[in-house]
Design a protein around this ligand. Structure first.
Ligand SMILES: NC(=O)c1ccc[n+]([C@@H]2O[C@H](COP(=O)([O-])OP(=O)(O)OC[C@H]3O[C@@H](n4cnc5c(N)ncnc54)[C@H](OP(=O)(O)O)[C@@H]3O)[C@@H](O)[C@H]2O)c1
Length: 319
């Protein structure tokens, strides 16, 4: 059921881009946000619009210890939530060497997937008292090698998950592909869907909504393509012009943020996992609808294995 009463929302990735649009809108409608930001400095730069009862908590998602400390504090403070929004994400396509998290995992996978599973596991009990709990996870259609975005470059695919057996220092989840920041991003988004699937198996009554916002290329120098722009400024400028201005394949950040708001408010709830994609159907025209994820993203056994191996890596990192 869509909610009208004020919700308590714990959200990552609310200080920029799609998440910021959604978070500002939700706060303006009277919902209380707890926004996870990477540092005090970044919070000062980008979250001056947060007003009580909304609040800021600090955790750099590239550091599992920081995630644990922040989540532990929320538990100690007796915080309760209705909605958990796992929206933070990064990519650095165009950079040819892997970057590493504090615990030595490839950065894209560590932030987009591992930190979010860690946070999810630690704060899930804080949703238990909610009459309308839900989890919203921002994935991407590039998880699916048959979609427009997923077809470009190397496809998503986790192989035998050998990279997780290798643990720290593995550049790719499949443990065999040469490093590709673009594939690392696609793989991390596939992991988002598999994590949502496994969560819905463990908590059959909990609505778990994964979604894809479509291609969103802001005109600012910040945002999702910031690292790729540093690596290849001209290439990214041409890509932005062609995709956004010439062929109009991109989604407006405001509309993508509105879709996230609708998910947070429960307008697309269903028991179990649901995937909605905002896909382009004609120049300048998107449809936001329930969509079948890729076959790999619907593999229950794979979802369970990914969860278990990720949990092992989280636990061994936090010892
Ligand atoms: N833009 C697209 O075309 C597109 C397409 C499909 C899916 N998505 C997904 O949509 C979500 C939002 O992306 P966006 O386009 O809004 O990009 P964005 O403007 O770059 O926002 C990403 C958010 O993630 C946060 N984040 C990244 N690394 C972090 C870390 N180590 N610790 C804490 N927070 C961190 C960022 O915080 P800082 O600002 O402090 O870095 C920011 O709030 C992501 O999950 C992305 O994968 C985007």
């Amino acid at each position: 059921m869509p909610t009208t009463k004020p919700l308590r929302i714990l959200m990552t990735g609310a200080n920029s881009g799609i998440g910021e649009v959604a978070a500002r809108h939700l706060q303006a409608c009277g919902h209380a946000l707890t926004v996870v930001c990477r540092s005090r400095e970044r919070a000062e730069q980008s979250l001056s619009w947060i007003q009580a009862p909304s609040q800021i908590v600090i955790a750099d998602l590239s550091d599992l210890h920081a995630v644990k400390t922040m989540a532990h504090q929320l538990c100690v403070d007796g915080q309760q939530f209705d909605v958990l929004v796992l929206n933070a994400g990064l990519q650095y396509a165009g950079v040819d060497r892997p970057r590493w998290s504090h615990q030595g995992f490839e950065l894209t996978w560590a932030v987009n997937h591992l930190a979010h599973q860690c946070l999810l596991q630690l704060v899930l009990p804080l949703l238990q008292d909610s009459p309308t709990p839900r989890v919203v996870i921002t994935a991407s259609e590039v998880h699916n090698p048959t979609t427009g975005g997923g077809r470009v470059g190397q496809p998503a695919g986790l192989g035998t998950l050998a990279g997780l057996d290798q643990g720290k220092g593995a550049a790719m989840v499949d443990g065999t592909s040469p490093f590709s920041a673009d594939k690392a991003y696609k793989d991390s988004k596939l992991c988002n869907l598999l994590m949502g699937l496994e969560l819905s198996q463990q908590q059959p009554q909990l609505p778990v909504i994964c979604w894809s916002p479509g291609l969103v290329i802001p005109r600012t120098k910040d945002g999702f393509f910031r690292e790729s722009r540093k690596a290849n400024p001209w290439g990214q400028a041409v890509f932005g012009f062609i995709a956004r201005d010439l062929f109009r394949l991109t989604e407006d950040p405001e509309r993508a943020g509105d879709h996230l708001v609708s998910l947070v408010l429960g307008q697309h709830d269903a028991t179990g996992m649901r995937y909605l994609s905002n896909h382009v159907v004609a120049p300048g025209r998107h449809i936001f609808e329930s969509t079948e994820p890729s076959p790999e993203a619907t593999d229950l056994e794979r979802a369970h294995t990914l969860w278990t191996l990720s949990e092992d890596l989280i636990n061994s990192s936090l010892q």
